[in-house]
Design a protein around this ligand. Structure first.
Ligand code: ADP
Ligand code: GLC
Length: 481
């Protein structure tokens, strides 16, 4: 199949979260299965893109804001995946670290979507499948369905919108609907872009795409309920037949302690000696003393409400007083950043904190920590808990979304299970689970079994890529009959 993957971030170009990991690894896994896969993303002023991507030798005419605008297209395939970058400096070169958070995000990504659609046309015959990701690409299926509904070029193409996070919905001013190239009639409550008085690029995409997927089976169920649906649950229930959950995989080329270039020593389930070295390295980097019989609880995450930081805030002190180290990497909400700093000031020999984004350090924490905290309020898939498994770093998670699908609670009697899991979003529930983990740590033989269970799990992309392949076949069957 010819598959075009459209994304607003992808490794190694630009990354703010798991989407970038998926946008790099899934195309690679599909390509390995023999498909012809290309990626389209914006040309941001990020170092990697500026240094590695060169003019493709063509550009596209983009009908936008009542006129035709021109975008050059840049290209690189050193990652193995032919990648096309839409050049629109007015939108994507703002000298900022994050690709999002501008006052005109709606307009920026509306432009990107239209340009991506025009780029596919220049590239040759229409792809079999266009896979879009989150609200930033929601207008791609909308253009294919609405703008080009009668165009023979697009007739045989199937579209999939993958939801990585329903909390972000791409809301914009309804008055911009015509500027973005859609008739004002598309702004209506029933089957249109209207969403509680604003226009939503996510909703537009969810309505227009042939099928919808999300990144775990559990999250696919959860988003059909008011609790997790962010007001889109009605629409998702209506499309339940077209909605599937496919768990993300892990790119073990990047995340495996046997060959991780960022860590102090390699190790594996059969030879754990290196993990001790990694633990000492981690403690040193945070200026903490080497008390190796204390467990290190690590955390790497965006500091947002999604991630259950308030539960961590409420329990970390007792965890530390229970004997543990706590090491945290992340940035986001100022309030949480300050809180971790204060914790560090109170317990300078037990707490490590790094504010910011730092990929090598994320690997160092995965490798050196003994347990990994991820008590998310909701979690579409979550990648860090899966990385942790391979590094022998026991995940402590709340049973939601992909966390629930990947982690099973350790049972002392049968010695089955790969982590610790609690259900209700309550600090006493997390605290009980933390105590249980501390207790298990006291028994190193049990802990060893628990750790081995996780290290032997296999979440490589092959299985998920196969599921996507079946899904694509089903889409084509529907589209082409
Ligand atoms: P989300 O996409 O919701 O942030 P995921 O668990 O799917 O959550 O993916 C997060 C990804 O981003 C992981 O690869 C993780 O290592 C990385 N990450 C998050 N915060 C940081 C940070 N501060 N520094 C380095 N990597 C980070
Ligand atoms: C989102 C979700 C995360 C998921 C990632 C990749 O950022 O928050 O749970 O793993 O996308 O699909």
């Amino acid at each position: 199949m010819r598959i075009v993957f459209v994304a607003s971030e992808a490794n190694p170009w630009v990354k703010t979260g798991g989407l970038a990991d998926v946008a790099a690894a899934l195309p690679k896994a599909l390509q390995k299965r023999g498909h012809d896969v290309a990626l389209i993303m914006p040309r941001y002023d990020a170092k990697q893109i500026l240094e590695r991507a060169w003019p493709a030798g063509f550009g596209v005419q983009v009908p936008f804001d009542y006129r035709d605008q021109w975008s050059d297209v840049y290209f690189d395939e050193s990652t193995g995946i032919p990648t096309f970058f839409i050049d629109a400096p007015q939108y994507f070169m703002r000298g900022k670290k994050s690709p999002y958070g501008e006052y005109d995000d709606g307009e920026r990504f509306a432009y990107f979507c239209r340009a991506a659609v025009e780029t596919m046309r220049v590239l040759g015959p229409a792809p079999d499948i266009v896979q879009c990701n989150d609200w930033m690409t929601g207008l791609v299926p909308a253009h294919i369905e609405v703008t080009y509904g009668d165009d023979p070029y697009w007739q045989g193409a199937g579209t999939l919108l993958t939801i990585h996070n329903l909390a972000f919905q791409g809301l914009f001013d309804p008055r911009d609907v015509p500027r973005f190239g859609f008739s004002p009639a598309t702004y209506r409550t029933d089957g249109g872009f209207e969403f509680n008085g604003t226009a939503s690029m996510l909703k537009a995409g969810l309505l227009a795409s042939d099928m919808i997927s999300t990144v775990s089976r559990k999250y696919a169920e959860e988003i059909q309920t008011p609790e997790f649906g962010f007001k889109m649950d009605g629409l998702l229930r209506a499309r339940a037949k077209d909605l599937v959950g496919i768990l993300n995989g892990v790119d073990y080329d990047d995340w495996d302690p046997r060959h991780d270039k960022h860590i102090a020593a390699p190790f594996s389930v059969d030879d754990m000696e290196g993990k001790r070295t990694c633990k000492m390295d981690l403690l040193s980097r945070f200026g903490l003393p080497w008390e190796l019989d204390r467990p290190i609880y690590g955390m790497v995450s965006r500091l947002s409400d999604q991630k259950g930081i308030d539960l961590v805030a409420a329990t970390a002190t007792r965890l530390i007083e229970g004997g543990a180290y706590f090491i945290q990497l992340g940035s986001g909400s100022r309030q949480y950043e300050d809180m971790f700093q204060a914790m560090r000031d109170t317990y300078p020999t037990r707490v490590g904190t790094y504010r910011g984004y730092n990929d090598p350090l994320a690997h160092v924490i995965e490798a050196g920590a003994d347990a990994f905290l991820m008590p998310s309020r909701f979690e579409p898939c979550g990648l860090n808990q899966i990385y942790s498994l391979r590094y022998g770093t026991v995940p402590i998670v709340r049973a939601t979304g992909g966390l629930d699908d990947t982690i099973t609670h350790f049972d002392r009697a049968s010695r089955l299970g790969n982590g610790f899991k609690f259900y209700e979003y309550r600090e006493d529930r997390l605290m009980e689970t933390l105590y249980e983990s501390l207790l298990t740590w006291q028994n190193q033989e049990l802990w060893g079994d628990l750790r081995r269970n996780g290290m032997r799990d296999d979440f490589s992309w092959e299985r998920s890529a196969l599921q996507y392949e079946h899904l694509f076949a089903e889409i084509l069957e529907r589209v082409r009959g």
